[in-house]
Design a binder for this molecule. Structure first.
Ligand SMILES: NC(=O)c1ccc[n+]([C@@H]2O[C@H](COP(=O)([O-])OP(=O)(O)OC[C@H]3O[C@@H](n4cnc5c(N)ncnc54)[C@H](OP(=O)(O)O)[C@@H]3O)[C@@H](O)[C@H]2O)c1
Length: 299
């Protein structure tokens, strides 16, 4: 049994990731900021803790005594706030300051292992090519701090520990705000995903993502993509979502909408056919769910 310190344990990913190491026999401490979520953490079998992730001294104190740290906390803006830089400020600090504090605490206290949530969205457009972890990234201001979080993870490996980055594709979950917004638009006859129909899009079922967090507690140091088994072009998802909401077809967003969304929208329009072969090779993890089958759960 090892003692695992988890941030973000009450979020879309964390809610699923929290019970998995507990069932595997690990003792888990989970960070949350609110009393009602602390109760949920306790019910899941973990020990809740309140700590300011931006305070290095408090973080070191909280991490002390653990064998592994998993930093899953994000604060991704949804809706209109996603278009404004200030909407990303807390998320940026979680991926820069908090990741630096947590990885430094892991190093100082000898926790040995540090697991960091990251994303595949910064990859350049790959067309039909499979994209592995060596793919070049082109960040925009909304996701550039993923590089800080990944560097903090590398520092743990450089110090003799094991730093593991999990680059997740887009989560599919019935409680993901982004997926729900696609379903809401589809009910109004609109396909809300940016990008050409021929372009690939990669998702990851959030239960498979949670299983990857457990796999990362044993994986060799490194950066790993975490995506569904067989990503498909957007066309297939558009059809599947139309069927799920009972429409013959969904009309695309006007080109102007993507233009108005600026760099963020342009980056979301890229063709991403993400390969998770490295994580499957390094661990016993493998993705089980195709995103194209998940739309019916949202509709
Ligand atoms: N790869 C992807 O597709 C991807 C990745 C991340 C997020 N998303 C999406 O983005 C949307 C929002 O997700 P989210 O993960 O940001 O929100 P969320 O699901 O509400 O979870 C946020 C988690 O991070 C913690 N957190 C947030 N701000 C914090 C802070 N300042 N200090 C400490 N902990 C903090 C929260 O803890 P408390 O208990 O303290 O609230 C909570 O556990 C969802 O639709 C999700 O699916 C997608």
């Amino acid at each position: 049994m090892s003692r695992v310190f988890v941030t973000g344990a009450t979020g879309v990913l964390g809610r699923r990731a929290l019970p998995v190491p507990i069932e595997a026999g690990h003792a888990v401490t989970a960070v949350t900021r609110t009393a009602d979520k602390a109760d949920a953490v306790r019910r899941a079998g973990a020990e809740p803790v309140t700590v300011d992730l931006f305070d290095p001294v408090a973080v070191r104190r909280a991490v002390d005594g653990h064998d592994a740290v998993a930093h899953l906390a994000t604060n991704i803006p949804t809706g209109a706030s996603a278009a404004a830089r200030r909407g990303w400020a807390v998320n940026d600090r979680l991926r820069s300051r908090a990741a630096a504090n947590l990885s430094a605490a892991a190093i100082d206290t000898g926790a040995g292992r540090y697991v960091q949530e990251s994303i595949t969205f910064p990859y350049v457009d790959g067309g039909d090519r499979w994209l592995d972890e060596a793919t070049e990234c082109a960040c925009f201001w909304g996701n550039r701090t993923t590089a800080d979080a990944e560097a903090a993870t590398g520092a743990v490996s450089d110090a003799g520990g094991t730093g593991v980055v999990l680059r997740f594709a887009m989560f599919t979950a019935p409680d993901s705000a982004h997926l729900l917004s696609f379903a809401n638009m589809a009910r109004r006859g609109v396909w809300g995903v940016f990008g050409d129909d021929d372009a690939f899009v990669s998702f990851i079922g959030v239960d498979d993502a949670a299983a990857a967090v457990l796999a990362a507690l044993d994986a060799p140091a490194g950066v790993y993509n975490v995506a569904e088994p067989e990503p498909l072009p957007r066309r297939d998802h558009r059809r599947a979502l139309a069927t799920a909401v009972g429409r013959r077809r969904l009309r695309g967003l006007p080109k102007l909408a993507q233009k108005a969304g600026g760099e963020g929208a342009a980056s979301l329009a890229r063709s991403h056919r993400i390969s998770s072969a490295a994580l499957q090779y390094a661990t016993s993890w493998s993705p089980t769910r195709r995103a194209v089958d998940a739309w019916s759960e949202l509709a």
